[in-house]
Ligand binder design. Structure first.
Ligand SMILES: N[C@@H](CCC(=O)N[C@@H](CS)C(=O)NCC(=O)O)C(=O)O
Ligand SMILES: [Fe+2]
Length: 295
């Protein structure tokens, strides 16, 4: 764990997502992790308010964007990876198992011609692979469970764990999306918790339990001692029971069917049709057994 990157989190209150700019203070090279492309499902409008705020911050700090990274194909918001690639020329990356997620959703959207080969990103990271952010070393943990393809970026002493562990008072991410598995999530979290105690842990969402202010940074030691799921569950079986029990009560994210068709295509919006307009495709009754949002 050599190197201590500068980490700045940008919270998106609309999706409770945290986007990160991670930088090597010496070379001023940075990575952008999990950027959000704004979307208003009521009007169908997209916007780049968050991505532009990130670009403004990068410019103000005098950083050069070296990587545009996604931890997993998100189910609750659109990725701004392509927009940021167009703006900066930096390469996009995600975990190599994204091809399995592409195969799964290609079936759900009935897209026979969609190339489920990961070619939509510049780089696919494998378990254990190493990379550099400026002079700081990074490596990849394969962290499936929330999705089939989730990875954790460990950059110096900082781990970007996305939707595995949330803040200690929120526990863990759900594991019931297509391809999800509570038992795999347990194993992925064990691997994260085996990092050195002082590792800084940066989560992908914060749902502000009890209405507290948003937070996203903890340490491995804090997570081990106080995470509401991990410190109370002594065995995988116990964890799987509480995780699956809670997941049965959670309605699907409101944008899951919107988001996966963009995010399995690395954040590209659908091509415009002959009238110049872009359209989303929403399958009906595709996610069997999903809980309803009863009001
Ligand atoms: N209400 C949110 C839910 C989003 C959601 O399901 N988030 C995932 C991460 S992508 C999760 O793990 N949620 C845990 C929870 O809601 O307890 C939405 O509709 O977007
Ligand atoms: Fe997620």
């Amino acid at each position: 764990m050599t190197g201590k990157p500068l980490v700045k989190g940008f919270f998106d209150p609309r999706t409770w997502s945290i986007q990160y700019v991670v930088a090597d203070p010496k070379t001023r090279q940075c990575a952008i992790i999990d950027p959000v492309l704004d979307y208003d499902e009521k009007s169908g409008a997209t916007a780049t308010i968050h991505a532009d705020a990130i670009l403004a911050y990068v410019a103000e700090q005098g950083y050069t964007v070296q990587w545009i990274l996604d931890t997993h194909p998100h189910a609750d918001h659109f990725s701004a990876a392509q927009y940021l690639k167009d703006k900066t020329g930096a390469p996009t990356a995600i975990g190599e198992k994204v091809v399995e997620v592409q195969k799964l959703w290609k079936g759900i959207y009935n897209w026979p011609d969609f190339p489920a080969d990961g070619s939509q990103w510049d780089k696919l990271f494998a378990r254990g692979e190493t990379f550099k952010l400026g002079d700081i070393e990074g490596h990849i943990l394969f962290s499936p469970g929330h999705t089939l393809a989730s990875i954790t970026y460990v950059i110096g002493d900082a781990a970007f764990v996305h939707d595995t562990l949330f803040m200690p008072d929120s526990g863990t991410a759900r594991a019931d999306f297509p391809g999800g598995s509570a038992s795999r999530l347990w194993s992925s979290i064990q691997e994260i918790l085996a990092l050195p105690d002082e590792t800084r842990v940066f989560t992908g969402h914060d749902y502000q339990p009890g209405g507290r202010e948003p937070k996203w940074e903890s340490t491995v030691a804090e997570q081990k001692a106080t995470n509401t799921h991990m410190s109370t569950c002594k065995t995988e079986a116990e964890f799987v029971k509480i995780r699956e029990g809670r997941d049965r009560t959670l309605p699907m994210p409101k944008l899951i069917l919107h988001a996966l068709q963009i995010n399995t295509n690395a954040g590209r919006l659908p091509e415009p049709e002959d009238n110049g307009k872009r359209y989303l495709r929403i399958p009906l009754n595709a996610l069997e057994g999903a809980a309803w949002d009863i009001r």
